[in-house]
Design a protein around this ligand. Sequence first.
Ligand code: IPM
Ligand code: MN
Length: 348
Amino acid sequence: MYKIGTIPGDGTGPEVTDEAMKVLAAVAQKNEIDYDVVEYDIGGERYKRTGEILPDSVRDELGTLDAAFLGAIGHPDVTPGILEKGILLTLRFHYEMYINLRPVKLFPGVWTPIKDKGPEDIDFVVVRENTEGIYKGLGEFQHKGTPDEIAIQISENSRKGVERCIRYAFDLAQTRDRKELTLVGKTNVLTYAMDLWERTFHEVGEEYPDIKLDYAHVDATCMWMVKNPEWFDVIVTDNLFGDIITDLAAMIQGGLGIAAGGNIRPDGFSMFEPMGGSAPKYAGQGVINPLAAIGAMGMMLDFLGEKTAAKQVENAIVSVTSEKIHSLSAGRMGYSTSEVGDLVTSYL
Ligand code: IPM
Ligand code: MN
């Protein structure tokens, strides 16, 4: 019996969470998977109502679950950063969900802005370090508010933190047909941080003779991701670079309507989410695409070890993109949010 938490959150978060849970119910029934869902009221609305961001009791209870699903966090009336830091980053750090996993796969029937590229060209995974780097928030102001002000922001990279992330990426590459792993960095400028990454990458790589190792600077990666996305199989990179390149990657796979991700602690509590935000202007209209959320739920099943069910969810999404909806954009799908959830369920 799995214990699953949901944080529907703000804006369109609750609508897409409903669809993800609808599909979960169907696939669980099909595969005789037992689970319980506990819903948590966290996000901008609660913050506005009560001033609470993430009560310790909720934070601690989440850790007793097998996994969680997050719809979206972000509220137009709340200063940017408060909820992101107070909920998402706090959970990532507290539970050491040290992997941010972002599959980048162009499904058949999905439009990509990259001319002449198809599903056979866009199929890679980004493994982003999720607990260190510049996200640690280390730094200081000097002479704040004066003409001599200096703002220092430090990227902290520990050998252990880098190594566990790189090992995860190698293990993942090992499960794929191509068995190629690219370290994305900026060794020509970040001569401390990326030196550690590069050394660790090659040292760990010696234990994986089957894997073909490659390196690309992050700026060049942005170029190649658009020009030759077929060059990539598995990418491993630090927190900030991973944040940036996965937004670019989401666009070449068809947009935020389809991009899913997971905050993963391989041996512990993990949390899955569609990459898109709370899209307040679409909230409550039933026009937002739930496929990213449904895909994230599928990743959660995969994480839980329910590989067959996870594959079924992915196959059903592929059926929907190839046979039904041809635009993933909010309002242009030709179906409502809940109709798209129904379509996935019907293919299941
Ligand atoms: C993401 C988001 C977060 C990040 C924000 C909301 C703090 O952009 O999950 O990629 O930067 O990690
Ligand atoms: Mn981001």
